[in-house]
Ligand binder design. Structure first.
Ligand code: ACK
Length: 223
């Protein structure tokens, strides 16, 4: 009989500790509650609802993911390119079950997703696979993504609208960062947490005044 290959997970990443998850969910929910009451947001409400008059309750609009995490490598149980190579890296094996602190520097809201931008440290960058920022990016957006610093896609998905896959959070984040780089910022609103910027087509970016940190454990995840 053939020797069975060791199984590869769905993905690797930093998982927020349960108590941290609660803290982050509360803080970010408070932001959503405020956002949908802002006049600036209401002006662009049709980009969320498809209708001008309707209101939107963002807390209901986004569904929570099961476990808050920052994906490093999506392996798809070995079907994704480079999955095996990543799992075999010394730095990956050495980091498993280890604690680490993530720093969230911004929040994004789009008609598809609600997410947190993660600023990776130099050490954390060693776990960030080469080319991860570009994976699945539309060809038209590739040149602008290549111009962004490595690790720009790092994020925690905080919620997705109905029928949207969480992979969208990283893609929407990259698009927002590319628009910012091109100076395409619209309305700006000062909030308690930081500066909120509108970036066309229902995209919002909150640059946090103070980063939000969260304790995590690096591990693999399989459904
Ligand atoms: O929010 P996320 O980073 O987006 O966490 C989930 C996790 O893997 C489990 O689905 C992410 N994910 C899904 N597909 C991909 C992909 N093709 N490339 C990168 N990340 C992905 C998803």
């Amino acid at each position: 009989t053939k020797q069975k290959e060791p199984e590869l997970p769905l993905f690797f990443g930093w998982f927020l500790l349960p108590e941290e998850e609660e803290r982050i969910k509360c803080a970010t929910m408070d932001f959503l509650k405020t956002l949908d009451t802002l006049e600036a947001f209401k002006e662009h409400i049709s980009e969320f609802t498809g209708e001008t008059e309707k209101e939107v309750d963002l807390e209901q609009y986004f569904q929570n993911p099961l476990r808050l995490h920052c994906t490093t490598k999506f392996c798809d149980y070995g079907k994704a390119e480079g999955a095996k190579e990543y799992a075999e890296l010394e730095v990956v094996k050495d980091s498993l079950t280890k604690s680490d602190e993530l720093s969230v520097t911004a929040l994004i809201v789009t008609p598809r997703v609600f997410g947190a931008r993660v600023a990776l440290t130099e050490t954390q960058m060693k776990l960030w696979p080469e080319g991860a920022d570009k994976e699945g990016v539309a060809p038209a957006l590739l040149p602008s993504v290549e111009a962004l610093p490595v690790g720009s896609r790092a994020h925690v998905t905080l919620g997705c609208s109905a029928g949207v896959d969480p992979v969208q959070t990283g893609l929407d984040l990259l698009e927002i960062l590319a628009l910012q780089k091109e100076g395409k910022e619209g309305t700006q609103v000062e909030m308690d947490l930081g500066t909120l910027t509108y970036l066309t087509e229902g995209r919002w970016f909150l640059a946090l005044r103070e980063p939000i940190t969260a304790d995590t454990t690096f591990s693999s995840f399989s459904d």
